[in-house]
Write a protein that binds this ligand. Structure first.
Ligand code: ADP
Ligand code: ZN
Length: 186
């Protein structure tokens, strides 16, 4: 049996985690051996779970480097889930390919674009190599249209192009936006 790569992308709040969790739970119902990973950086709700904005969750292993995935793979492993895949090093692409070549179904979920609407890290490389791709849309928080982009807000105002990733003392938030409502301050 051969494996394959599935990629679920879209902006924040588009339901990527929900969709990943849905697929993984169905695999578990089918008695398949499933392992789920996420990067350590994402401490949104829980250190050890993948949790969607709607509150559904699945047990996961938080790791720093994509190579760590290999340490958990056994002869029994059939399905590997990876959430927030955009935060991993580019080498996650090679790891996903290797797992699929070993016969494993690899399901990854993550942002296809950063807040500047530019391709995000390893995700383009995964998208082009995947057998199956789903691009989800959220609802634009300004106009209600389908949203493909993630708006970064600093103290309620659109983030600048060169705002640092970590802003001490500022309140940072994210919204789903459509192309028309998405703003980046120069
Ligand atoms: P993602 O992993 O893509 O960030 P999640 O699966 O964590 O998305 O969350 C999706 C859920 O977020 C939706 O089912 C809905 O309950 C909620 N939600 C909040 N804001 C929005 C929005 N602007 N558009 C769509 N869903 C939203
Ligand atoms: Zn809009």
């Amino acid at each position: 049996d051969h494996g394959y790569i599935e990629v679920v992308v879209g902006p924040m709040y588009s339901g990527k985690s929900e969709e990943l969790i849905r697929r993984l739970k169905r695999a578990k119902i089918a008695k398949q051996d499933v392992i789920v990973f996420k990067p350590c950086i994402d401490n949104r709700y829980s250190k050890e779970d993948v949790v969607s904005h709607s509150g559904i969750s699945i047990r996961a292993i938080a790791i720093n480097h994509p190579e760590e995935i290999l340490d958990y793979i056994t002869d029994e492993t059939q399905v590997v889930g990876i959430d927030e895949v955009q935060f991993f090093h580019e080498r996650v692409v090679e790891i996903a390919l290797r797992l699929a070549d070993m016969g494993i179904r690899v399901i990854t979920a993550g942002l296809d674009m950063d807040f500047k609407a530019e391709p995000f890290g390893p995700v383009p490389g995964l998208l082009s190599r995947a057998e199956f791709v789903d691009k989800l849309q959220a609802v634009c928080m300004k106009c209600g249209s389908p949203a493909t982009r993630t708006q970064r807000l600093i103290n309620g105002k659109p983030a600048r192009y060169d705002d640092p990733i970590i802003l001490v003392g500022a309140t940072e938030s994210y919204e789903a936006r459509c192309r028309k409502c998405h703003q980046i301050s120069k």
